[in-house]
Design a protein around this ligand. Structure first.
Ligand SMILES: Cc1ncc(COP(=O)(O)O)c(C=O)c1O
Length: 467
């Protein structure tokens, strides 16, 4: 008969009987307890391990239920015989390799462009509305919802888009989804993977990753000071193009009306599509807002993309697209089989937030706040970095690019800043050729930083770079 002496932990959250069960399973699978061996009687094992008989009984019942041991009438419990090949990899020896990403130490000041100001997020209002969404009368929200997203929220979005961006659409055309990347992967299926997709170079790394991972043909298109080069686009044989006309990511130019018209003409002639990513159009610091491309399009060639990640919070994961009629028909025919990816509770909370006017108030408040931060940033750059840098794309949004006229490479600029506790971001990762490698440009987001942090951050960059 076998002797077993497991180490059991009385303070563990795991009940003793489970600890004993797991120990015996491992011993059986690893071959330390052999097939056909008889287990000690409950009484014997309980006294050997100073456990109650009930604990041993529960462990034996579990082992029996899972087939690790079998009972023979009037003889006791015996270990099941496993085929040798099944035992060749004892469980405890299985190599468990969790890929570990090198964890960076926290920077004192992080100019990350994906962060927003959380200090001014209306927590108590959001909390009150979240509770409201959870109330009994809203119990229906616990079922699956409309695959396109809650109609009430889509209607609120339509209203907002018309007033603020000149987007002309109906709620039926709006499809909500958990993030721009998810929406773009859905779009690849909808438009077709046989098409060629063009995008801005440099352009948003995360969108380009989706195109590549969806296996579609891609064409990077260079930019000039007005945005994407339509001549190169025409020559590219692409029939779909992804652009960020209101605030090019990452270089920040705002596409003027002429270039917009050229782009629309291209799409019309090509019978192609423009994916217009209007990710942070709420914030503009110079000039009047330029209406969306979608609002200028009379031929159903523009797919408009928006997100609540910049103007509200990124963790809510609510983004959306507005489909032109032709694609909408295809979506309704083939894609409503995909369930909605955003929680109905969050959608409902956001709807209430918009209905009660909190959204517009929040956007207005943040506009003033970001304008102040933006001014502080530009002034600090002028004061501390002067002619050593040129600010690129400063008319809108929550980030700028610094073109640095020193001898440091991009990597050296990032590393030297990091040594001083400041995180700035390389631009080259957004390029599809090695042009970015030869430039000394870095990306600075300022959304989450206070004015004091912005000023201190730029002063520290002076120390790091001008030493
Ligand atoms: C160009 C661009 N599009 C979209 C987004 C937002 O993505 P999501 O809606 O997945 O949060 C960002 C955020 O940084 C962005 O830079």
């Amino acid at each position: 008969m076998i002797e077993i002496t497991p180490i059991l932990d009385n303070d563990s959250h795991e009940p003793l009987y489970m600890q004993l069960t797991n120990y015996m399973k491992q011993e059986i699978l690893s071959g330390n307890i052999k097939p056909y061996e008889k287990l000690p009687s409950k009484r014997k094992l309980s006294s050997h391990l100073s456990l109650s008989i009930n604990t041993v009984q529960a462990a034996y019942d579990q082992l029996k239920a899972e087939g690790y041991v079998e009972s023979k009438p009037r003889s006791g419990l015996f270990v099941t015989s496993f085929k040798d090949e099944l035992l060749s990899h004892p469980i405890r020896d299985l190599p468990i390799t969790v890929p570990v990403k090198e964890k960076e130490t926290e920077a004192e000041i992080d100019f990350y462009s994906g962060h927003v100001d959380l200090a001014h997020f209306p927590y108590s209002t959001w909390k009150k509305l979240s509770v409201q969404s959870l109330q009994e009368s809203e119990a229906a929200l616990f079922y699956y919802g409309d695959p396109q997203g809650e109609r009430s929220l889509r209607e609120a979005i339509v209203h907002y888009l018309f007033e603020s961006r000149g987007v002309k659409c109906k709620a039926d055309q709006v499809i909500i989804g958990a993030g721009t990347q998810y929406i773009i992967s859905l779009l690849c299926m909808l438009i077709g993977k046989d098409k060629t997709y063009a995008f801005e170079n440099p352009g948003f790394l995360r969108t380009k990753a989706v195109f590549r991972d969806q296996g579609v043909k891609t064409r990077p298109i260079r930019l000039d000071k007005e945005g994407i080069d339509v001549m190169q686009l025409q020559a590219s044989q692409a029939s779909v193009v992804y652009v960020t006309p209101s605030h090019q990511f990452p270089l920040g130019m705002v596409m003027p009306i002429n270039r917009r018209m050229e782009l629309l003409k291209w799409a019309q002639e090509e019978e192609g599509y423009i994916i217009e990513d209007d990710y942070d159009s709420e914030y503009r610091y110079q000039g009047k807002p330029i209406p969306s491309l979608q609002g200028l399009d009379d031929h159903g060639r523009v797919i408009y993309l928006g997100t609540f990640s910049k103007a509200l919070i990124p963790s809510i994961r609510i983004s959306y697209m507005v489909l032109p009629p032709q694609l909408l028909q295809k979506y309704v025919d083939h894609f409503t089989i995909y369930q909605q990816t955003v929680s109905r509770l969050h959608q409902d909370t956001l709807f209430q937030f918009m209905r009660e006017g909190h959204w517009q108030r929040h956007v207005n408040k943040m506009r003033t706040l970001y304008r102040k931060k933006h001014r502080t940033l530009i002034q600090a750059i002028k004061q501390y970095l002067g002619d050593h840098v040129t600010v690129v794309g400063e008319k809108a949004g929550l980030h700028i690019v610094l073109d640095v006229h020193l001898t440091w490479s991009e990597k050296e600029l990032v590393d030297r800043a990091r040594e001083q506790g400041i995180k700035v971001y390389p631009l080259s990762v957004h390029y599809d050729d090695d042009i970015g490698q030869h430039e000394s440009k870095v990306l600075l987001g300022f959304g989450s930083l206070s004015e004091e942090e912005i000023e201190k951050g730029i002063l520290t960059l002076k120390k790091a770079w001008l030493r």
